[in-house]
Structure formats: C-alpha cells, structure tokens
Design a protein around this ligand. Structure first.
Ligand code: C2E
Ligand code: MG
Ligand code: MG
Ligand code: MG
Length: 278
C-alpha cells in the first residue's frame, strides 16, 4: 500500500498476489491433509548423547506431501498453519502420531524418547495440557518419555495463560524444552523461573564455533550458564566431527545434526539405530 493524500492506493504486484494465493490455498488444503493419512507424516532425527555418542532420543518433524503440489517444506507451511485456527489440529495430529510411534517402538524394545514441536497458539488453549494427557494415556505412553519443544516467543506471547499451561504440562510429567535458544528475546535467567528442563541452542550459533573463537566462547558460556541453572543443553545443527568434538569439550550434553543423522522415515529409524549400536 502507498499513501497519496491520505487515501491508500494498492499497487498491483503479480508476485505478491501469487504468494497470497498460494498461502491461501495451502491453508485451505491443510484442512483436508489433517484428515488424510497419506499426506501428513512424521520423520525422526536422532538426538545423540555427546559423551557416549549413543542415540537417546529423536525429534519428530512434520512432513506434508500435497496431492498436487508435492512436498511442501515445513519452513513454508508451518508458519502459515501456526498463525491460523488449524494450529490446534496440527499439534494434535503430531502428538497423536508421536505417541503412537513411541508405543510401537516400546513394543519392539526400542528405548528412545521423543521430542516434538508445539506452537505458541497451543499454549493459549486452556485445555492443552489436559488433552495432551488424554492422548498419551490413550496410547499408553508415559509422559516422561515425551518432550515438548517451544520457542522463546511462544512463552513470551501471553505469559499468564502460557505459564498456566506450562505448569500443568510439567505437572503431567512431560519434559519442556526451549527450541532455537538465542534467537528470541528471553534470557536464561528468565527461563529459570519457568518449569523448563532443556535448552536447545539454535544452529545459527553452533555453525560458526569451529572457525570463530568468539562464537565458541559465546556458546561455551551459554552451555555453562544453562548447566548451572540445572537445564540440559542440546546443540542443534551439528554438521561436522570437529563441531561435535568442540561441543563435547565445552561440556555440552547432547547434540543433533546432519553429522549424526538427517531426519528419517519411521521405518528407517530402527535399522539405523541397530547399525549405530553394532
Ligand atoms: P526445529 O524445531 O528447530 O527443527 C530443526 C530443524 O533443523 C529441522 O528442519 C531439521 O531438519 C533441521 N536440521 C537438523 N540438523 C541440521 C543440520 O545439521 N543442518 C541444518 N542446516 N539443518 C538441520 P525442518 O524439519 O525443515 O523443520 C523446520 C522447522 O519447522 C522446525 O525447526 C520447527 O520449528 C518447525 N517444525 C517442524 N515440524 C514441526 C511440527 O510438527 N510442529 C511444529 N509446530 N513445528 C514444526
Ligand atoms: Mg524443534
Ligand atoms: Mg530448533
Ligand atoms: Mg525452529
């Protein structure tokens, strides 16, 4: 919009028009995707204990194969859905699918825990923790085996309601993690007042630690402070052996990244795990 003499004048832009059209279509089609088991699925990225290099868990990540547009990246569809009324249904789908997977891995003797991502809007749902408990018990999943990842901005949004839900979730027994830490405006001192268990340091900080000693110092102090506050620290986006070694030296407890494994289909996870253990 441009302003001439106080009246807004729309400047026609085919590119922006096309973008809006696609966003609108994706949002509309996501509604159908939720009800269609062939379109949405979870993939799993291993989380590795840095000291033992053993896989102790995995992050569940949502994937969408659209019937005509093909694979839509999470970076495109998740922000659209998160800001819509479908946020509730999306997370319900993810929690249900993750709990079902966890139960089936338990039956097969696979002892990894799962983490999954929730949206800011979910913490504004008054019955979020309650419904979470219902889904977990329906699948016979122990809450302690599940971790919920959320960004700093999700917590800062409406602190009253969010805090109420966080406390209820912690009471239920699920673990709570701050995702993409360092990209928002919160501080570890603030997070300490919340019922948080885990801090995942954003990949933008991890990427540079091998080449840049100042980045290394910054990450080192994030790890030290987190541990002092009793939080478990996970480094995201570890892509090289050197980065993994540096993080071990900095006393980082856990890591996730392409160096260890990319996100994989559920069917590929068990064979991968068996190969690692061998
Ligand atoms: P996130 O929760 O921070 O997840 C980590 C992202 O980093 C994943 O991207 C993962 O594939 C990618 N990644 C992992 N290791 C590396 C690495 O070594 N290098 C690089 N360059 N990237 C790495 P993905 O799956 O595309 O998801 C992107 C974001 O979309 C997620 O970031 C999360 O914020 C959101 N997301 C994904 N699945 C869900 C979901 O089920 N619900 C919600 N609410 N958000 C989701
Ligand atoms: Mg995450
Ligand atoms: Mg992250
Ligand atoms: Mg993220």
């Amino acid at each position: 919009e441009a302003r001439t003499g106080g009246a807004p004048v729309r400047i026609y832009s085919p590119a922006i028009d096309e973008m809006h059209r696609r966003r609108f279509q994706l949002l509309q089609d996501f509604d159908a995707a939720i009800a269609d088991p062939s379109q949405l699925r979870l993939v799993f990225q291993p989380r590795v204990d840095l000291a033992s290099r053993a896989c102790i868990g995995a992050e569940a990540l949502l994937r969408w194969t659209h019937p005509t547009l093909g694979n839509i990246g999470p970076a495109e569809f998740i922000p659209i859905v998160e800001h819509s009324t479908h946020a509730r249904a999306m997370t319900a789908f993810v929690v249900d699918a993750a709990a079902r997977q966890l139960a089936s891995w338990r039956k097969a003797g696979i002892g990894v825990n799962l983490s999954l991502n929730i949206s800011a809007a979910n913490l504004q749902e008054r019955d979020f923790a309650e419904r979470m408990g219902q889904i977990l018990s329906r699948h016979d999943v122990v809450p302690q085996e599940l971790e919920l990842e959320m960004t700093e901005s999700a917590i800062m949004k409406d602190t009253g309601l969010a805090l109420q839900q966080l406390n209820a979730l912690a009471q239920l027994g699920v673990r709570l993690a701050i995702d993409d830490f360092g990209t928002g405006y919160s501080s570890l001192a603030y997070l300490q007042r919340l019922p948080m268990h885990v801090v995942k340091i954003d990949q933008s900080f991890i990427r540079g630690i091998a080449a840049d000693s100042r980045e290394r110092k910054l990450v080192g102090s994030m790890i030290a402070l987190s541990r002092d506050l009793g939080l478990r620290v996970v480094a995201e986006g570890v892509e090289t052996a050197e980065t993994a070694t540096i993080l071990s030296d900095l006393a980082c407890e856990e890591a996730q990244g392409y160096f260890f494994a990319r996100p994989m289909e559920a069917t590929a996870f068990a064979p991968w795990l068996a190969l690692q253990a061998a």
